[in-house]
Design a protein around this ligand. Sequence first.
Ligand SMILES: *[C@@H]1O[C@H](CO)[C@@H](O)[C@H](O)[C@H]1NC(C)=O
Ligand SMILES: *[C@@H]1O[C@H](CO)[C@@H](O)[C@H](O)[C@H]1NC(C)=O
Length: 243
Amino acid sequence: MSLTLKFLLLLFLSHHVYSGTIVKFLPGFEGPLPFELETGYIGIGEEENIQVFYYFIKSEKNPKEDPLLLWLDGGPGCSSLGGLLFENGPLALKSEVYNGITPSLVSTTYSWTKVAEMANIIYLDQPVGAGFSYSRTPIGKTSDTIEVKRIHDFLQKYYLYFLIECWANDERVREALHVTKGTKGQWNRCNWTIPYDNDIISSVPYHANNSIRGYRSLIYRFEFFFFFLTIGLTFELTLLFNN
Ligand SMILES: *[C@@H]1O[C@H](CO)[C@@H](O)[C@H](O)[C@H]1NC(C)=O
Ligand SMILES: *[C@@H]1O[C@H](CO)[C@@H](O)[C@H](O)[C@H]1NC(C)=O
């Protein structure tokens, strides 16, 4: 039996690799937000099991020139949403009786994104466990030095994601790639609004069939690798015994 080796490369892109989204409206605030807010998660480490949540607010003066400030609430363990809503952000909670509906938000006049030394601000929920940041696997004790490395990783990734958007939205780049003019406004790394039905619950039967036909599956996702390796081997052994 001549086994031509064919490889199938399957990319399982995990959710939340980068899911920065511009938020235009917030419950509790009337009308569209009068500033630019982006929220999202950035995966930390190689496996990206740690997902840190951030709020990015653009300077209302000159975001391209103004510095980028990283705001970390202390604790350790307090969400930076505290800093955003209680200390120096463009929104604050309205002090009123809570009657079960979403508490109201109001604009502030003192926000560091619009007064004095104006800045673009990232409010980061860290360490993981604080605010909306979470981990997909149990994590042990952390420390200042571990957190410094994680925050550094966050900043580097955040900057790379910023650069990829600059690159793909550059007219010269689009020309070089022969992208048809006028077909796309803003390029975003992920589009979460594509109507899409996840109607294949498991891809295993398809891989099994491919394996029977002599294709080998290379699964790019660590957790799945050994699983498919086992399946691949099982079918190859079956083939061996049947021939
Ligand atoms: C995302 O996909 C939807 C549906 O195809 C499309 O209408 C929209 O323009 C896309 N958004 C971007 C930013 O490309
Ligand atoms: C696998 O192959 C068999 C036989 O060709 C076919 O009946 C079955 O539908 C295939 N399964 C999938 C998931 O493609």
